[in-house]
Ligand binder design. Structure first.
Ligand SMILES: [Fe+2]
Length: 381
């Protein structure tokens, strides 16, 4: 009957058929609510009550209206927070969307009350977010940077990738992963000839919690060079460098030759950089690191990064991706005989040393991760 009534709405200009279902209130069996719907439809069709602008929109969607039954006021039993929640609960159809929006609004309103947020401060926040939107590009998303710098990205990663004790911890992949990394055999070089930086030999194993090597594990590795610059940051990049895909040997081992990466700054010329400066002492510099993604059938994908213990900025990572268990002690190998055993050719090693970096990755099975996720979900209820 309601749909029939809506179809009768007199929209000046055109009368295209409505394509969307009318939202029927959950308690429309209530006579009082039915009355309000009648008056709602009267207002839609009455040009004195609803202007042309709204009537034009009704061609596309007829919104559900509700009577204003309760007054809301701060310092009363029914506040603006309650009112917003009640409105959303009356209208929303997707439980997860409702849960997320209700929780977000609860925390934002609690923040405003707790800090007695001023109008001037609110205006500054709006201006900041507006700048973040305007200054975001395909290559630099200020909202992602901001999420990283307040620890939200790291938290979402931890929630989504719980690791049983003893497994290698994960961290965010950062923005420099590319799909075009070449497949390289274990034992070959990741860096093209002439890449800036000191020589490095990385040797790793991929095992499970039982200590068994994971045959055929696939290792995606990418890193900056000795100037702290990724290949994609060089203008005129024609081919990938300092990145590759390696398949582990039957015992789970792999190694490669490359360049020791150095520390580098995240973009700090926008609002996120200003945010870091606002909190005096914070800076945009990331400790040097190598990124890895490891995959094997039956195992949970692991995306992580490793950090050399000699790097600066380990304790003040702007994006909170540095974890103690991912920091490695490197060894300087100064014996040329050992360089050739690692596969370096004569003249390839500059500076009289090769940095030897070893790490044993431990992957969790999908079953182990699902058990952890279920346990956390139960705890959160
Ligand atoms: Fe990185």
């Amino acid at each position: 009957m309601l749909q029939q009534a809506v179809g009768d709405i007199g929209i000046v200009g055109s009368l295209r058929p409505f394509t969307r279902q009318v939202h029927i209130p959950r308690d429309c069996h209530d006579h009082r609510r039915a009355d309000s719907l009648t008056s709602l439809n009267t207002s839609y069709s009455n040009p004195l009550l609803v202007g042309t602008a709204i009537r034009a929109q009704l061609e596309h969607e007829v919104p559900q209206d509700l009577p204003l039954e309760k007054d809301f006021r701060e310092d009363s039993a029914y506040t603006i927070t309650d009112h917003v929640h009640q409105l959303h609960a009356s209208l929303s159809k997707d439980p997860r969307t409702l849960q997320l929006i209700t929780s977000l609004i609860s925390h934002l309103h609690a923040f405003a009350r707790e800090t007695q947020f001023t109008h001037s401060e609110w205006t500054k926040v709006v201006a900041f977010l507006t700048r973040a939107g305007k200054e975001s590009t395909d290559f630099k998303n200020e909202f992602v940077l901001l999420s990283d710098c307040i620890g939200l990205s790291a938290l979402v990663d931890e929630i989504n990738h719980p690791k049983p004790l003893g497994c290698t911890e994960s961290c965010e992949p950062g923005p420099f992963y590319t799909e075009d990394a070449p497949e390289i055999p274990s034992g070959s070089s990741l860096a093209k000839a002439g890449t800036t930086g000191e020589a490095m030999f990385f040797s790793g194993t991929v095992k499970n919690l039982k200590g068994e090597g994971i045959k055929g594990a696939r290792i995606d590795v990418w890193q900056a060079d000795g100037d702290g610059i990724y290949d994609v940051q060089y203008p005129g990049r024609t081919e990938p460098n300092d990145r590759g895909r390696i398949v582990a040997s039957p015992d789970g081992s792999f190694n490669y030759r490359g360049i020791l990466p150095t520390a580098y700054p995240i973009p700090s010329d926008g609002p996120t950089g200003d945010f870091l400066h606002l909190l005096e002492g914070r800076h945009p510099h990331r400790a040097s690191h190598i990124h890895f993604t490891l995959k094997a059938p039956g195992y949970d994908d692991l995306t992580t990064a490793l950090y050399p213990s000699h790097s600066p900025f380990l304790g003040t990572d702007p994006v909170f991706a540095t974890k103690k268990s991912l920091i490695c002690e490197l060894v300087e190998e100064r014996n040329p005989d050992h360089w050739s055993e690692m596969g370096f050719k004569e003249g390839e090693v500059q500076g009289g040393r090769v940095w030897v970096w070893k790490y044993n990755f431990v992957l969790a099975t999908i079953t182990e991760v699902e058990q952890l996720q279920r346990a956390r979900a139960t705890k959160a209820l």
